[in-house]
Ligand binder design. Sequence first.
Ligand code: PEP
Length: 255
Amino acid sequence: MNPASRRPLVAGNWKMHGSRADAACLINELVARGVGTGSSEAVVCPPFVHLEEARRRLEGSRIGLGAQDACAEEQGGYTGEVSAAMLADAGCRYVIVGHSERRALYAESDDLVARKFLAAGRHALVPILCVGESLAERERDATRTVILRQLDAVLGAAGVPAFGRAVVAYEPVWAIGTGLTASPAQAQEVHALIRGRIAENDATIAASLRVLYGGSVKAANAAELFAMPDVDGGLIGGASLKADEFAAICAAADR
Ligand code: PEP
């Protein structure tokens, strides 16, 4: 169990799923189930086009709103992109940056992820910085190197104070959408590594930094993962699309 100073956070990454009506229905169900009313914090990250619908439906609830990505630039000729300022204006408080699907499918570099992290901060959004190793990297014993490289790129660009209002999500690529989950011990080892790196720069910020685990979290395995001392909640993909599963995961994060 993480210390009381770190309020657990469970964020749902809906990815590219569902119609506006589906988004409305899912949010209504989450609100009806009392998601967000426990001691942990709950956030949903719908696709961009459903943010306005989500914002309206979430009004008066305790569930926060986030986005799945943001452009690193402020404005201009970036066809198809959405800026951090637009996300803040749309009612978002959180934004995911550096998700492994964006790194792998859209060739997002560590440098670009760092610039997205900075853009989020400029508009008072809380970045959820994703880091994680592939299966090949784990098998050749490169997990530590990869995680620290991804983290250091952002630390170098933004400085440690920026982590005072950021969240880090450890998402092993081999566990995302595969049904394979890191064991609680494997997750704890990497979470401690992440917190340790931040502590080398600022122990106070490290102690209050929330580090989420993501990768095939479901109601059945959430409690054992969240019981680890450096696991402060989860970033949830597939299971966040099912109201009962997401509600149960949020409940598992409550103290
Ligand atoms: C994710 O996409 O961030 C994720 C963790 O997905 P899943 O829970 O489906 O593995």
